[in-house]
Design a binder for this molecule. Structure first.
Ligand SMILES: *[C@@H]1O[C@H](CO)[C@@H](O)[C@H](O)[C@H]1NC(C)=O
Ligand SMILES: *[C@@H]1O[C@H](CO)[C@@H](O)[C@H](O)[C@H]1NC(C)=O
Length: 244
């Protein structure tokens, strides 16, 4: 047993190195650490690095949404966020502007996104995609294009949530492809962990609309077979995800 625990981290590092060096159109695990399983692949349409991250975290949907659902709190979640606003477009849709500070000599990144949200069956799904609705690029910034970003939160219990995150984003600017790919892969895990951390640290009022999510219902407690629980797909299991 002891030798196995010594060898597996090495094998795992080798796996990361291989994955970082060569992404394919097939999903592969690039990291499984701190409870977050991160997979990456080359998106066939855009040729960008698409990333999928999953974790069951110890926070309720209502707690997570106290940060995720409130743009005013996003600066606590990501300290590089230096400007953010949300507005309703002429079409009635919700739009979001975000600007992220970057260390010199990398130029700041900004996004203009359309935000859509669905709530069903104990899951809140939030979809973002870049739009060009005429907002000029801020001086000194580079426009990042989000082809598709999903943030899905499924109540596992009153105190646990399955977070499922997907992003296919072109950061823009002159970054070597390998550095860009590595950055989006790391960003995935760190964003998930930082969100949980921020929700805990701020301890804001859980969002009432999600208050009872994850609570067992009497009828389920009476069933011989409880309903299936959302689980993270194990790193070793086959994995399919096609964004819509
Ligand atoms: C809702 O979730 C339950 C439990 O995970 C699942 O069995 C059921 O199929 C889901 N229903 C829909 C419409 O997705
Ligand atoms: C999020 O939920 C939506 C709606 O059910 C689904 O179409 C999408 O594939 C999900 N994304 C992820 C990353 O789980």
């Amino acid at each position: 047993m002891a030798s196995q625990t010594h060898i597996s981290p090495l094998l795992f590092l080798a796996a990361i190195a291989t994955a970082a060096a060569k992404l394919t159109p097939e999903w592969r695990v690039v990291s499984a650490a701190k409870g977050v399983t991160t997979r990456a692949r080359i998106d066939a349409t855009s040729q960008l690095c698409a990333v999928h991250g999953e974790a069951v975290v110890e926070a309720s949907v209502a707690e997570l949404m106290s940060v995720f659902g409130d743009l005013d709190q996003h600066g606590h979640w990501d300290a590089t966020l230096v400007d953010a606003r949300e507005w309703t477009g002429a079409d009635g849709g919700t739009y979001v502007y975000q600007r992220f500070k970057q260390p010199w000599p990398v130029r700041d990144r900004e996004l203009v996104l359309r935000r859509r949200e669905w709530r069903r069956n104990q899951t809140v799904s939030v979809h973002f995609e870049s739009v060009d609705e005429g907002t000029p690029v801020a001086p000194g910034a580079v426009r990042t294009l989000a082809h598709t970003v999903w943030w899905n939160f499924t109540a596992v219990s009153e105190t646990e949530t399955l977070i499922s995150h997907y992003s296919c984003v072109d950061p823009g600017g002159a970054i070597p492809a390998w550095a860009r790919d590595l950055a989006v892969q790391r960003w995935c895990q760190s964003q998930i962990l930082a969100l949980v951390d921020t929700a805990r640290r701020l301890g804001l009022r859980p969002v009432p609309a999600f208050a009872s999510w994850g609570a067992p219902r009497a009828v389920e407690l009476l069933r011989a077979d409880p309903p299936p629980q959302p689980r993270v797909t194990p790193a070793s299991a086959p994995f399919q995800f096609e964004p819509r």
